[in-house]
Design a protein around this ligand. Structure first.
Ligand SMILES: [Zn+2]
Length: 321
């Protein structure tokens, strides 16, 4: 379909019309409406720490009444419009950050792996190389949680071979134990069973996991902050250097265009909705009180910005790339 000639296109759309189909139906499902950023990596500093934001891609999620448990599609569209985003789909971009701490490279999550999550994502490795970072030099990968967009980049497509065999993988003990406990796959909802099966097949065979209990330092100047709700062991990471701090919030505030003005919204992606709301408010109140810069996996690329209080919710101001 992608290489079809103009004549083929006319014939195809003609056929579609003959069957009463909208011609748009013949456009490949992965045709992307949002342009990729002109440059797939952005560098910034937190004190003496070099941060590189790598663009993984975007999921242009079709509108779905089940997406937010306590908001309608119309309310979702209204929030998207107010954030200046398209309303015919939900923009869920994905950014991975790499920290350079002295001579150590610490990556947060792995990206979604080429063709393993969405066909319009999986560009982390390409953009890492473009940023001049050698993937074999990554010393540590801090994993926020075990959803596909955050861990599939750890595993080769098809073979599940480790992409970063020499890196130390750091995750909360809660997250690791929850997903790998016997009988878990059977208890997962149908849509998550494949993910659970892959985790249980692969991760227990890898020996480079370090499991963390409580809020601990996991790399020099980087503290793991337990932020449960999105998943049972979801974590944020707090980077401090000099008098600057960056809260790597991962999926705590998910898409801020939706959840900054409506922190009480419970997404279908939040495994424990009420706990996710409580954690979100706690984390955002903390970053505002301490005047921190914040980045998030699904914030608009390059994924960093600041929050302020706004009535009973929050306002998000992204940095410009
Ligand atoms: Zn995510």
């Amino acid at each position: 379909m992608l290489n079809m000639s103009r004549r083929d296109f006319v014939v195809t759309t003609g056929l579609a019309a003959a069957f009463g189909l909208n011609a748009r139906l013949v456009v490949p499902a992965f045709a992307q409406k949002t342009p990729d950023p002109p440059k797939g990596f952005v560098n910034y500093k937190v004190g003496s720490v070099d941060v590189t934001a790598l663009y993984d891609g975007i999921w242009e999620k079709p509108q779905d009444p089940a997406f937010i448990k306590n908001a309608s599609v119309d309310e979702t569209k209204d929030a998207l419009a107010k954030a200046g985003l398209p309303t015919d789909f939900v923009s869920i971009p994905l950014t991975v950050v790499v920290l350079k701490l002295g001579d150590r490279y610490v990556m947060v999550d792995s990206g979604s792996g080429g063709g393993q999550w969405q066909p319009t994502a999986g560009k982390t490795m390409t953009n890492m190389k473009a940023a001049g970072i050698d993937p074999s030099k990554i010393n540590t990968i801090l994993i926020s949680h075990f959803h596909p967009d955050h861990i599939f980049g750890l595993m080769e497509k098809g073979t599940n071979q480790p992409v970063f065999p020499n890196a130390e993988l750091v995750v909360t003990a809660n997250e690791y134990k929850w997903w790998t406990e016997p009988g878990r796959v059977e208890k997962l909802p149908e849509a998550r069973k494949g993910l659970g099966q892959r985790i249980q097949t692969v991760f227990p065979t890898w020996k480079n996991f370090k499991l963390i209990e409580g809020d601990k330092e996991v790399a020099p100047g980087v503290q793991l902050i337990n932020a449960p709700g999105h998943t049972p062991g979801h974590a944020a990471f707090l980077v401090g250097s000099g008098n600057q701090q960056l809260m790597i919030s991962n999926d705590t505030a998910y898409v801020p265009g939706l959840l900054a003005p409506h922190p009480e919204w419970q997404g279908a992606y939040d495994q424990d909705g009420p706990l996710a709301v409580e954690t979100r408010r706690k984390l955002l109140d903390r970053v505002i009180a301490d005047k921190m810069m914040v980045c998030g996996a699904h914030f608009p690329f390059p994924g960093a910005g600041a929050f302020t209080k706004d009535g009973s919710g929050y306002a998000f101001k992204p940095v410009q790339s």
